[in-house]
Structures are given as C-alpha cells and as structure tokens.
Design a protein around this ligand. Structure first.
Ligand SMILES: [Zn+2]
Length: 265
C-alpha cells in the first residue's frame, strides 16, 4: 500500500511495508517541494528538459538533504529507453560517472539509485535478505525489452537472490486510463504471453489502451516473483498532473521529471 508523505520540503510516495524496513530508504518523489517554475514546477530533476541548471541543482540538493543521501551518493543515468543495467560496486568511485543506461543495481550502502520519469514507470527492487537494491526505468520500449525481468535475472544470477526474497515497487506512471498507443507499441509486446491482459483495442481504430503497470507486473510474475511481493502505486501521472509531471498531459510543452530512488542506509 502506498501513501503520500513529506520530508523537508519534498512530497513523495512510499510503500508502507518497505518504509518500515530499517536499513532501507525509498521514495517516489512527486513534483512538489522544489524551486523550479512553470512546467518544471517545482521539484524537477530533469537536466535536459529546458529548466534552469541552478534550480535542478537546488531540487536535487533538497532531496539529498531530506533523505540524508551521502555526498556523491545519488546515482542517475542518461536514460535511453534501453535495457542496460549498471552495477555500482563496492570499489567504484563516487560520484559515479554519468552512464548511458536504464537501470542500476547495488549491494552497497549509501548509494541512492535514481530514476527520472514523466509517464514511464520507475520500478524499485530490494532483496531484503541479502540487502541488494535495484531500480529501472521502463517505458514501453524498456518493457518490451524486458528490463524488469532482466533485473530479476541479475539479482538471482550475479547476487544469488532467491526470487521469494525480492520485492518490487511499480511507481507512479501513465495508467491504462490515459495511455493510448499505436501499432508499433502493440506489436512490440504482442508476443508476450500476457499481452491480451494489457491491451484494450479501441473500436474501429488501430489504437489500444495499454496498461504499462500491469505489463510490468505480469513480466515480473513471469520472471518468478510472487504477486504478493509486487506493489503498484496505481497512480496515473496524466490523471494527476497536479501531483506528478506527465509528458503526455503536457502535450509537448515544457515538463519536468520526477525522481524515484532506493538506497540502503
Ligand atoms: Zn490516467
């Protein structure tokens, strides 16, 4: 179950059960509590969307301060709608160099794995037994590439996690109410065994309403996670533009990006 809370100036969503895990900090930040104006109002973390650099830096500083992220500990990617997941190892130097990828994984404390979104889904992972955390950015392309399932593969392979110890949080993203897609999106996912459950054909048109949350949930179940360990925020960014940035709802106008992250203390 997700709830909206506030730390410092930062408003965010957290999953109630994981919020009680003592070694873990996680947050799906809303757009509230920052310094940016207009379409970036106010907690924009996107540095390539046209917002003033000082404001983005101020916003990131507010988040790091609110959640006590160590100096250099917030890791963010140049996200490219791919399926590359990068590990932050014990010996890697922080701040971690900006990398082109769409996911991070680490067994290291004091590293906040950050994902920027404005409709795409941020998914946070934790193995509470082995203390390994992960985060991915999944739009339709990342979902079609299976990035969430790939994370499960890395946790179970590289880190020897047991599937039953992995919890996944599917954060705020565009919902099945608002996410209309065309044939290339439908075709990219049509071969998935659960495709019929996540596409609703629009009558008389080659358009579908797509359930991006459900697609990732079903992909994770297919990858062996227990449905009871997958929590979905059920919060549509496009329906709730007062609370979240939404690329679609902004209709091509300036729009910020919200930050989601997970960190082991
Ligand atoms: Zn909606």
């Amino acid at each position: 179950m997700f709830r909206t809370v506030k730390k410092g100036t930062v408003e965010y969503l957290e999953e109630k059960k994981l919020a009680g895990v003592d070694f873990l900090t996680h947050a799906f930040c809303t757009r509230h509590g920052g310094a940016s104006r207009g379409g970036f109002s106010s907690l924009n973390v996107g540095d390539m969307v046209g917002d003033q650099k000082e404001n983005v830096e101020d916003n990131l500083a507010r988040i790091k301060s609110a959640f006590a992220v160590p100096e250099g500990g917030l890791v963010m990617a140049r996200q490219v709608h791919g399926d590359r997941i990068v590990e932050i190892g014990e010996n890697d130097t922080l701040p971690f160099p900006l990398t082109q990828c769409d996911g991070f994984v680490t067994g290291r404390s004091g590293v906040a794995l950050g994902i920027k979104t404005a409709d795409c889904v941020p998914i946070l992972f934790v193995d509470s037994r082995l203390r390994v955390a992960g985060a991915v950015h999944a739009g339709w392309r990342g979902t079609a590439l299976g990035i969430a399932a790939k994370m499960v593969g890395i946790l179970c392979g590289r880190f020897s996690s047991r599937r039953e110890d992995i919890t996944a949080l599917i954060g705020p993203a565009i919902g099945p109410c608002c996410y209309e897609v065309d044939a290339p999106v439908h075709d990219a996912l049509a071969a998935c065994p659960w495709a019929a459950d996540v596409f609703r054909k629009q009558r008389g048109r080659e358009r579908w309403m797509f359930d991006l949350w459900g697609a990732n949930r079903l992909q994770l179940i297919e990858a062996g996670l227990s449905g009871g360990n997958i929590f979905t925020a059920d919060r549509c960014t496009a329906c709730n533009r007062d609370q979240f940035f939404s690329h679609r709802a902004a209709q091509g106008k300036d729009e910020g990006r919200q930050l989601s992250f997970i960190m082991m203390r």
